[in-house]
Design a protein around this ligand. Structure first.
Ligand SMILES: *Cc1c(COP(=O)(O)O)cnc(C)c1O
Length: 448
């Protein structure tokens, strides 16, 4: 056993990890990263096929982003953000709001995706409280994921990750997710009557007087299993929120910054949110930072004389950290200079076609894709859509085999997926897909 391995285990508790499992799970010591590749201490290269947990956009060590960071380190490292401001926070707020519909013109900074969501929940709650309105609850999707803090768990779908903490969470309402492959209404795509949206309307109709906001991941329920859903569902969400006077929170923490081939995934639809939560890709995955973008309407409701008690009392120590802000601005510059969105739009069909081949694999029940996100849902019986046996830990076996082949396929339950950095080239996609084939062909799934 290498020394680093013992030193790690002596003091470190890894996230989402049963530490006793570490001998089964290959802990990998990464020495460096360049472009879309990570290199370990043995100098093995891995394609960063999950964008280092969905945050890398332009590749690792991007020269102009690193240069902006180095430049900023010479000028200002950190300063508190109450009573003080600085150039890159101002620039970032200007550039982000310029990318959004006009109404979304105010930006609140924080430092991770969960807090970006907490801020939106608290703003929505306080907004209605200040109107003397008893809208105090939230509506979300039963396969949604919005973070790991108590508030965000309270509006996330119930799953094995948060089950332990249920009694700590505040109550909220959940609507059935538009999970077409496993339609909760037993429908198929030809018969679909948008039963899920009708059910959503029923819930809103019954409860709108107490619903402050609906929170949703636009177009893709990411941690829920990369469930890509039809844009018309999101259109309906937008219409229904308007109809029932419910604020709409778009949690774009995973989907923001071009992942779905639009800058923000809500742009696929007609829905215009009242809040947009951003984090992961905001700094191209270089430094922690988050934003909650909202409208003048919300902002103005809080804007009053000090003694009216309408201040938004929320803030984090590292709010608008200048280094992270500089990197955020630099990442948006790269979007423009490298035509990142065009690149994704030009290649997404190729990528999706490549993925569709996997439908021929007996163990693959469903293939889902949008932008540079692609997922395979594994089943033991294709006809009856029976999920693979969770105790067999097939996802883990595929993950290990993938690592041998230089790709990272960290599974979500019975879903394996690719979440590619947006700078991935056509050739790299080709290589990654062939390694995915190679990985699956190592198993006796009777394939390809
Ligand atoms: C990852 C994620 C979060 C939480 O972000 P953290 O930075 O991990 O707290 C919230 N919402 C969505 C949609 C996410 O994918």
């Amino acid at each position: 056993m290498d020394k680093w391995f013992e030193r790690d285990l002596a003091h470190i508790w890894h996230p989402f990890t049963q530490m006793k499992d570490i001998p089964n799970f290959p802990l990998i010591f990464i020495k460096k990263a360049k472009g879309i590749k990570l290199y370990d201490d043995q100098n093995h290269a891995y394609f960063d096929t999950i964008s280092s947990w969905w945050c890398n956009i332009h590749g690792h060590g991007h020269p102009s982003i690193m240069a902006a960071l180095r430049k900023q380190t010479c000028e200002l490292d950190h300063v508190l953000f109450a009573g003080f401001t600085h150039e890159n926070a101002i620039r970032l707020s200007e550039e982000i709001t310029a990318l959004m519909p006009k109404l979304l013109s105010k930006v609140f900074f924080s430092d991770n995706g969960s807090t970006a969501v907490e801020v939106a929940l608290k703003m929505a709650y306080q907004y209605w409280a200040m109107q003397n309105n008893h809208k105090t609850t939230f509506l979300s999707l039963d396969a949604g994921y919005h973070g790991d803090t108590i508030g965000t768990m309270s509006v996330s779908g119930q799953n094995s990750f948060n089950a332990r903490f249920r009694s700590l969470c505040f109550p909220s309402l959940a609507a059935p997710a538009p999970y077409c492959y496993r339609c909760p209404f037993g429908s198929t795509s030809d018969q679909c009557q948008m039963e899920c949206a009708n059910e959503l309307e029923k819930i809103m109709h019954k409860n709108h007087q107490k619903i402050a906001a609906m929170i949703i991941e636009p177009m893709v329920l990411a941690a829920g299993g990369m469930i890509v859903y039809p844009k018309i569902y999101l259109d309906r969400v937008g219409e229904l929120c308007k109809k029932y006077d419910i604020l709409l929170i778009a949690d774009e923490v995973a989907t923001g910054f071009g992942r779905t081939a639009r800058m923000f995934a809500f742009e696929h639809s007609t829905a215009i949110p009242d809040f947009v939560c951003l984090s992961k890709g905001l700094t191209s995955g270089v430094l922690p930072m988050a934003l909650t973008v909202t409208t003048d309407k919300i902002y103005n409701a809080f804007y009053d004389d000090h003694d009216k008690n309408k201040t938004f009392f929320h803030g984090h120590t590292f709010t608008a950290n200048p280094l992270a802000s500089a990197v955020g601005v630099a990442s948006l510059d790269v979007f423009k200079k490298e035509g990142t969105l065009n690149h994704v739009q030009n290649l997404e069909l190729y990528f999706h076609d490549q993925l569709d081949q996997f439908l021929d694999v007996p163990i693959v029940g469903d293939v889902r894709s949008i932008g540079f996100i692609g997922a395979l849902e594994l089943v033991s019986d294709k006809k009856r859509k029976i999920p693979v046996d969770p105790n067999a830990r097939i996802g883990l076996q595929i993950y290990k085999k993938g690592l041998e082949n230089g790709i990272i396929l960290r599974p979500i339950g019975n879903v394996i997926y690719l979440f590619l950095p947006l700078c991935t080239t056509k050739n790299q996609i080709k290589t990654i897909i062939s390694r995915l084939k190679l990985t699956l062909s190592a198993f006796d799934f009777g394939l390809i």
